[in-house]
Design a protein around this ligand. Structure first.
Ligand code: NAD
Length: 270
């Protein structure tokens, strides 16, 4: 452990897979006490077992929570503070990409509502209860602990760029995450609570790979990626770690892009 999050407490939603899993491992490695929250309890349990096998001194708490349900998030934050005494980092990472999410004509209202409830309302609840907890964080200057904290909300490169392979509800939900994060960052800037969005590019995680389930679908996207490959979840986890630590202490309200260059590209290299 090199201790970039020593003495700090972090909640990671969607901790059972992809970005959330890699971030849980990395945050624990850096000394944080980590709350592994997921709607899939078995996946979160597996993540906790993996962490304790690799870092026997790591402190973890597994929590089954549906981020779309306010009560779940309130109780999860309460349980975190009850166990660890504070909350320094809230990583609102959980999100879905519904297989029936399509264009304006074909997308069902139920798909829209489910996507918005998880991807947008879930981030709102996460911010709300994290802000309330972070205001009450005890200070201990000798350990680098202060009131306030860092909230990281996962958006997506599709919040910045249009795609002719539509997923209307998903794209709209991630645009909402960017706008909401920016505004909350301004409202809470003088309380020492930083809020930033992470905008991942397309990744080799179940969320995208289950959707891009043919070589044709993958090739249709690959041609637009300047670096010529899908990203790895751990590459997002490293960015989340940066936003979580005091290394990013003068950053708030940013759209932090970790996207293999997609959002900067007109023509990709041959
Ligand atoms: P993933 O599918 O690998 O993991 C998501 C995790 O979230 C799962 O463990 C799942 O059980 C959990 N989850 C789903 N709904 C939940 C809910 N209602 N409450 C609590 N937990 C829930 O996904 P990933 O690729 O790691 O994606 C993580 C985040 O990154 C998402 O917000 C996603 O939209 C975003 N993102 C992903 C990509 C990509 O290409 N994979 C690109 C841009 C943004």
């Amino acid at each position: 452990m090199s201790g970039r999050l020593a003495h700090k407490v972090a909640i990671i939603t969607g901790a059972g897979s992809g970005i959330g899993l890699e971030s849980s491992i990395l945050f624990a490695q850096e000394g944080a006490s980590v709350v592994l929250a997921d709607i899939n309890l078995a996946a979160a349990d597996k993540a906790a077992a993996l962490i304790s096998a690799r870092f026997p001194n790591a402190q973890t708490l597994v929590y089954k929570a549906d981020v779309a349900v306010e009560k779940d998030i309130k109780e999860m934050v309460d349980a975190t503070v009850a166990k660890f005494g504070r909350l320094d980092v809230m990583f609102n990472n959980a999100g879905i990409m519904h297989p029936q999410d399509d264009n304006a004509i074909t997308t069902e209202e139920s798909v829209w509502d489910l996507t918005m409830n998880i991807n947008v309302k879930g981030v709102w609840w996460g911010c709300k209860y994290a802000i309330l907890a972070m205001r009450n964080n005890p200070t201990d200057a000798s350990r680098g602990l202060h009131t306030g904290g860092s909230i990281i909300n996962v958006a997506s490169f599709v919040a910045l760029l249009g795609a002719a392979t539509p997923q209307l509800a998903y794209t709209a939900s991630k645009g909402a995450v960017l706008a909401m994060t920016r505004e909350l960052a301004m409202v809470h800037a003088r309380e020492g609570i930083r809020l930033n969005s992470l905008c991942p590019g397309p990744l080799k995680t179940p969320l995208l790979m289950d959707f891009l389930n043919t070589p044709e679908k993958r090739d249709r996207r690959m041609v637009h990626i300047p670096m010529g490959r899908f990203g790895e979840a751990v590459e997002q986890a490293r960015a989340a770690l940066f936003l979580a630590t005091d290394d990013s202490s003068y950053m708030t309200g940013t759209d932090f892009k970790v996207d293999g260059g997609i959002s900067a590209c007109y023509v990709t290299p041959l």
